[in-house]
Design a protein around this ligand. Structure first.
Ligand code: G6P
Ligand code: ZN
Length: 585
């Protein structure tokens, strides 16, 4: 007997609500019988059997523990639901940006990405699954709401009994005799993505930069899926020695680490670049420090960029890339950048670039999906806003070349800018620090920092947020005097609100997207609850202060007063018992 479609009875699980970036839970939760199957069936049903019948989907992930099991389950459920073909990355590996690129270039109906992004992996850590639609971007709210509804009422799913595991180690096509025929094609994980990067960038200009004897490049894949892409692009295409590419072998547990490219978790790279976890110089000998360093998170959509003894904040990175977009063929050939977008908590550095160039600037809630509508506005019958560059303070940068943020792309943007500034091989090297400081002297500097309080008990976090809501209400009703800030001279709140976004492209409204407190001089602090944690609540505090001329202070010094005001104002320390944040970026 060959493989046969069967209907398996199941019952609903609580809490299968896809968050900012899909469903993310402890691995042990995913390992429960029927858990993955329920979610995948709920997703396919939400997208619609009629839409998917005979069509193609893409599947791949960041290589974390349990992905291999999940992929085989997905293949069986897809086959049973009438999907025609699934394209899988070799060994099940595809970065999030590579899935987005693949869906777009193959014209697939959508895809599943198996990742919990920057969360640690392994039996005791996290797993995740997310569905992207045919434009290559995360499923919009309408679809995720339907998925969630389906997970609450599901009573059975379809799968294929007697279907052997598909060999994911070898590229090629496997046909399974089931329904109208079902095939799985295993593809090289990097080829399609590398072809795209070759179109977006002038790789030969970057190669000249990288071959300069006075320019040393280093990359940290953080044991995630960025590794194979880094080896293929930086080593094979651009000639960087393999010895400069660290942690580029994907590991099921990310080498036991936390695959998040920030000053705290990318400590190996940060030390190699001559910095400490607070971004201060470590005192290492500058001669031994590379000129450029970068890292990615588990699924390679985030990036951190460092110069020699110099940290580039993600907000500044966005602004610098936008200001120099014409160094990059993708933007230059399209007649130049048309608009810039950032998430609300990201600093206003990019706004200044937009203002100077008279681009429209969009401020959206946290979450990459909000950028997608702006990118597709032309197709939705509104003004075409592309090419568009967008970014988030959470180490995400990207453009309309795909519909996800893109860690390797961001590094190639920086290398393109460096290549353009260093065209004369005989002239002294213009460094990352030089480029950022030039930028500040033109636009002024948005000093910026984020404090994260991870794993706070949910009820305590709620108390902090309720307090802030009450303060906003008091301000609206009685003005600044009602805020009791007499002991903070020089800090008068000029406005505050809970951020709400009206999406002009599709008319949707997103409310309660963060508590904002603004000062007359353009400074602000913002509180938000993270949408990506898997236990308890993570409180984020974002602090920003603009200086036109005083651009050379350490960030911690520039922001000291404002941090104190924000902490006093929110009563965070007393309400949560947390004296210090878990991470400062
Ligand atoms: C993911 C999303 C981003 C978002 C980030 C931070 O990486 O793709 O769009 O900015 O999470 O989310 P959080 O809710 O944890 O601050
Ligand atoms: Zn990620």
């Amino acid at each position: 007997m060959g493989p046969a479609v069967v209907t398996v009875e199941t019952s609903a699980f609580d809490g299968q609500k896809p968050g900012t970036s899909g469903l993310r839970k402890k691995t042990t939760v995913f390992q429960q019988e029927h858990y993955v199957e329920n979610f995948v069936q709920a997703t396919l049903s939400a997208v619609g059997e009629d839409v998917l019948r005979g069509k193609e989907l893409v599947v791949g992930g960041d290589g974390r523990f349990y992905n291999d099991v999940m992929i085989q389950k997905i293949l069986r459920i897809c086959a049973a639901n009438g999907v025609g073909k699934v394209v899988v990355g070799q060994h099940g590996l595809l970065s999030t940006p590579a899935v987005s690129a693949l869906i777009r270039s193959l014209g697939s109906a959508g895809g599943f990405i198996l990742t919990a992004s920057h969360n640690p992996g392994g039996a005791d850590n996290d797993c995740g699954i997310k569905y992207n639609v045919s434009n290559g971007g995360p499923a919009p709210e309408g679809v995720t709401a339907k998925i969630f509804d389906n997970t609450k009422t599901i009573s059975s799913y379809k799968t294929v009994e007697g279907m052997a595991d598909v060999d994911l180690a070898t590229c090629g096509v496997t046909a399974v005799e089931v329904l109208d025929g079902f095939t799985v094609e295993v593809v090289d994980s990097t080829t399609n993505y590398v072809e795209l990067m070759d179109k977006v960038f002038d790789l030969s200009a970057i190669k000249s930069l990288l071959s300069r004897p006075d320019f040393e490049f280093t990359y940290d894949g953080m044991h995630g899926v960025a590794g194979p892409y880094a080896r293929r692009i930086f080593h094979e295409e651009l000639g960087v020695p393999l010895a400069s590419l660290h942690n580029c072998e994907p590991s099921e547990t990310f080498g036991g680490g936390h695959p998040d490219p920030n000053l705290t978790y990318a400590s190996e790279l940060v030390a190699r670049m001559g910095l400490t976890s607070s971004g201060a110089k470590s005192g290492a000998s500058p001669d031994a420090i590379p000129d450029f360093g970068a890292a990615a998170d588990g699924d390679a959509d985030r990036n951190m960029v460092l110069g020699k003894e110099f940290f580039v904040t993600p907000s500044d990175s966005l602004a610098v890339i936008a200001a120099n977009a014409n160094c990059i063929p993708f933007f230059r050939d399209a007649g130049g950048l048309k608009s810039v977008a950032r998430s609300m908590p990201t600093s206003a550095a990019a706004d200044l670039v937009a203002e100077r160039n008279s681009f429209p600037m969009f401020q959206v809630p946290t979450g990459w999906k909000f950028f997608g509508n702006l990118m597709d506005s032309g197709e939705l019958g509104k003004e075409d806003l592309t090419p568009l560059i967008c970014g988030e303070e959470s180490f995400g940068t990207g453009s309309n070349h795909i519909r996800e943020k893109d860690g390797i792309w961001a590094v190639l943007c920086w290398l393109s800018i460096l290549a353009a500034r260093n065209e004369d091989p005989a002239a002294p090297l213009v460094s990352v620090e030089d480029i950022v400081k030039d930028h500040w002297s033109t636009f002024g500097r948005n000093y910026y920092s984020r404090y994260d309080y991870e794993n706070v008990e949910s009820d305590k976090a709620a108390k902090v947020m309720d307090g802030l809501t009450a303060k906003i209400k008091a301000f609206k009703e009685q003005g600044a005097a009602a805020l009791g800030m007499d002991d903070a001279p020089g800090f008068e709140i000029s406005d505050c609100d809970e951020f709400e976004y009206f999406d002009k492209v599709d008319g949707s409204v997103s409310s309660h997207q963060g508590w904002r407190f603004m000062f007359a001089d353009g400074s602000r602090f913002v509180f938000r609850l993270s949408g990506t944690g898997s236990v308890g609540a993570t409180i984020r505090l974002y602090i920003e202060k603009y200086e036109k001329d005083d651009i050379d202070k350490p960030t911690a010094v520039a922001l000291e007063g404002l941090v104190k005001v924000a902490l006093d104002f929110s009563d965070l320390v007393a309400l949560t018992g947390r004296k210090e944040p878990t991470v400062i970026t």
